[in-house]
Design a protein around this ligand. Structure first.
Ligand SMILES: [Zn+2]
Length: 364
């Protein structure tokens, strides 16, 4: 069957790749890989293995993406990289925003803030031929992964005014506003205050990266819209980074959509970071269909799952399915899901329609 004409990716770190890994997102994959040949060795195993850039997003018909700002606060002796002060983290996210603005100015990106803008942009892509799609701007919605950079509620208000639509309070390890992946603990008072302010400003709560205890605290304290932008199933990849079944059920009850990530470490049991290879697991794109199935079985329908590929989240083809060289290869999901008996309407929902419906309901 034909792939839908519009795909939506709910989690890409476009600015991080541009600003920290020095990738001009307008270049082809080949150009980015080739120019990284002359980059001094910076110890990043994903060098020359990137799978995301604007031309490939267009080829894969990813006409709408959720694009992040991300910066961690890491006091001295922290075992994760990060800024020594929240003020530096704030400044870093503002630089990332400046990159998105520059890409808007040259017509590569267009920011989507309202349901009406989303609707119009979706229609543009749904009606475009492949030739036309190659020239269309990519619509992006702004999100923040980890809230360490939010210095005050005034800064949160400024971010909202800049078009921020979703926020994940934490990333890996401990954060100012809660406990993230591989960490443990309840939501602190500051985290609860953050949720109150987010609710006041109409921001979506992204539960991805919340540790289990903070996850349940957050769901209890927050009454607005909730999603999990890039988050697979713990039943199929046993690590706290993934969602346990009771968490998936609670998210379904809240009307959430869960974005499927294509980071190998989140797709299979027993991946050893920087040691395992996709070949060790015979890992292919099709594996994600098991995660999709798992959520659909828990929901009793196919309305709560989408794509949140995370394909530029600090890894490349050394940590993706063997049959994925570019994000455009996700077009293969259509026939894979059809072969499992998913209807055309279900497939369209998974590839874009479910997140579109969610955003239509929750954007002003
Ligand atoms: Zn992440």
């Amino acid at each position: 069957m034909d792939s839908p004409r519009l795909l939506l990716d709910a989690h890409l770190d476009i600015s991080m790749n541009a600003m920290e890994f020095n990738r001009d997102q307008r270049s082809t994959l080949e150009t980015i890989r080739r120019t990284e040949l002359i980059t001094p060795d910076d110890g990043l195993p994903h060098r020359q293995r990137n799978t995301v850039c604007f031309p490939e997003l267009r080829r894969g018909r990813f006409g709408i993406i959720v694009a992040t700002q991300i910066a961690r606060y890491a006091p001295r002796f922290h075992n994760l990289p990060g800024w020594r002060s929240p003020e530096q983290a704030w400044a870093h996210t503002q630089g990332q925003l400046a990159y998105y603005r520059a890409m808007e100015e040259c017509g590569e990106l267009v920011q989507l803030r309202t349901a009406a803008q989303l609707e119009a942009h979706a229609a543009l892509w749904q009606n475009a031929s492949a030739e036309e799609a190659a020239k269309l701007p990519i619509g992006y919605l702004l999100s923040l992964e980890g809230a360490d950079s939010i210095l005050s509620w005034r800064h949160l208000e400024k971010s909202r005014a800049d078009g921020l639509i979703a926020l994940g309070p934490v990333h890996y390890g401990p954060g100012i506003y809660g406990h993230g992946t591989d960490d443990a603990g309840p939501l602190p008072a500051k985290g609860r205050e953050l949720l109150t302010e987010m609710e006041r400003l109409g921001l979506i709560l992204d539960v991805t990266h919340l540790c289990d205890e903070s996850f349940w605290d957050a769901l209890g304290h927050f009454h607005g819209a909730v999603w999990a932008s890039h988050h697979n199933c713990r039943a199929l990849a046993n690590w706290n980074r993934q969602l346990a079944d009771d968490q998936i059920k609670a998210l379904i009850d809240r009307g959430a959509v869960i974005g499927m990530a294509f980071d190998a470490i989140m797709m299979v049991h027993g991946w050893a970071h920087r040691r395992s290879q996709p070949q060790d697991f015979g890992l292919k794109i099709e594996k994600i269909c098991e995660h999709i199935d798992h959520i659909c079985q828990l929901a009793g329908n196919a309305r709560h799952v989408g794509i949140g590929s995370d394909l530029d989240g600090g890894f490349g083809t050394e940590q993706t399915p063997m049959d994925l060289d570019s994000i455009a290869d996700l077009a293969r999901l259509s026939p894979l899901l059809a072969a499992r008996g998913y209807s055309a309407a279900d497939i369209e929902g998974i590839l874009s329609g479910n997140f579109l419906r969610f955003l239509r309901e929750h954007l002003g």
